[in-house]
Design a protein around this ligand. Structure first.
Ligand code: ZN
Length: 193
């Protein structure tokens, strides 16, 4: 499954952030526990339906209020665990138990295209279970692959699954280039000094 989604920055510009993980992407539908109301993207069950449909295809039934409550539980535990790993703190036992519990419902059934049967429609509970299972796989790798962007003023967390494990930026276009410009300026001012 492809990861990443469009976010809106403080400057109101939209930019594409690929967290590298379905679970971390889902975390970024909210404020990651920082208490910033504007970052909320799931205002109603219909917003959850839209987000899940983009990734899993047509749903068996639209999300309801109970699904949204469950989604918020999952999102909150993902945010807490991602922040713990990114900050080098141990994962809380209660969070591990909660995540394991959220992953117990049957997940989305895989479907190979090209047969005669259409892909089964996806239940919201199955989609949330699949996200929880992705979180387990992501967090099982530990803090060596769950990191924050290297820009000092950027708190975004990503999962680096690449073999060199050398990703530094939330996005090259956003923080990577800013850092290059700053590096150029500081080298330049040192030369002039
Ligand atoms: Zn960044």
């Amino acid at each position: 499954m492809r990861t990443g989604q469009w976010l809106t920055g403080r400057d109101r510009r939209r930019w594409f952030f690929d967290s590298g993980s379905l679970a971390l992407d889902f975390g970024y539908t909210g404020d990651y526990g920082y208490g910033v109301a504007e970052w909320e993207r799931l205002h109603a069950p219909a917003d959850l339906s839209a987000w899940l449909t983009e990734r899993f295809g047509p749903l068996a039934a639209p999300a309801n209020e109970a699904d949204l409550t469950e989604a918020f539980r999952l999102r909150a535990v993902i945010a807490r665990m991602a922040r713990a790993l990114a900050d080098g703190r141990p994962l809380a036992t209660e969070d591990i138990d909660e995540l394991n519990g959220l992953a117990t419902p049957p997940p989305v059934v895989p479907h190979l295209a090209g047969g005669t049967t259409p892909p089964p429609r996806v239940a919201v509970t199955a989609a949330l279970s699949t996200i929880a299972r992705d979180a387990i796989a992501t967090f099982a790798t530990g803090s060596s692959r769950v990191r924050r962007c290297s820009a000092g003023d950027c708190a975004l967390i990503f999962y680096d699954a690449s073999r060199p494990n050398a990703r530094r930026w939330c996005s090259m276009q956003r923080c990577g280039n800013r850092s290059k410009v700053r590096g150029y300026r500081s080298r330049h001012s040192q030369e002039e000094a």
